[in-house]
Write a protein that binds this ligand. Sequence first.
Ligand code: NAP
Length: 255
Amino acid sequence: MDLGLAGKRAIVCAASKGLGRACALALAREGVAVTITGRGAEALEEAARAIRDETGAEVLAAQGDITMPEGRAAALALCPDPDILVNNAGGPPPGDFRNFTDEDWHKALNANMLSPIAMIRAVIDPMIARKFGRIVNITSGSVKSPIPALGLSNGARTGLTGFVAGLARDVVKHNVTINNLLPGSFNTDRIASLAKSNGRSLEAEIAERSRIIPAGRIGDPEEFGAACAFLCGVQAGFIVGQNLLLDGGLFNSTM
Ligand code: NAP
């Protein structure tokens, strides 16, 4: 399917690795010029080179912390008027909420709620004026099905979800859509770091997660990237304010 995206421009935040990188790659395969961000220069340059080499698309690298104004300004300087915005940032650490400080909460709220809203605010009016915009927020399955130890994530991401539910319905008349992609377990460095906090090897962590997932495995980031590209496609203009769970069937419900 031709998603009709050739020649469009995208900012994909936190995209030197993992799910963000997979989204950037999938968009670049559709002929989108992508600006990717990340804090570590080496991984960011490597990702930009690899995506460019594979797809021939224009790939710009904006180094910086997307949760800081300077990091956002760096991305917007390279791509001031994106047609597509994929919001993403690292997830907050697990822990017992009794030990979370105010600073922990502010950090999580800033990374997983306020920073994506700041990016949306920076790009949405030109999208409205051009009558095309696609915004995808990478959130988490924990928005639908809370993970007790990830209280910071549960709280901050649900705040973002509530905010965009209203905004999405306000801007869709201009062919600007906002949707959220909710990853279950995907094979990225995030799983490796959660394995460490759970005191398990990576193999044991993947096996334990796969055991309870109806698909019998964890997700491949490429599957996530493909879903993101579809939501950004011209055909997806009637998909509004949705929370699309990609979890191999783990969340058990009829609808
Ligand atoms: P990952 O493999 O650890 O990759 C994270 C990427 O984001 C890296 O490129 C990292 O590069 C970049 N990054 C992190 N913080 C950043 C910041 N403040 N500014 C700019 N770039 C930043 O993580 P992932 O698995 O792709 O996860 C992406 C998001 O989905 C996270 O919020 C995670 O919590 C959520 N999630 C993931 C899963 C899963 O199974 N993988 C499940 C549920 C939710 P630098 O470190 O160099 O900046």
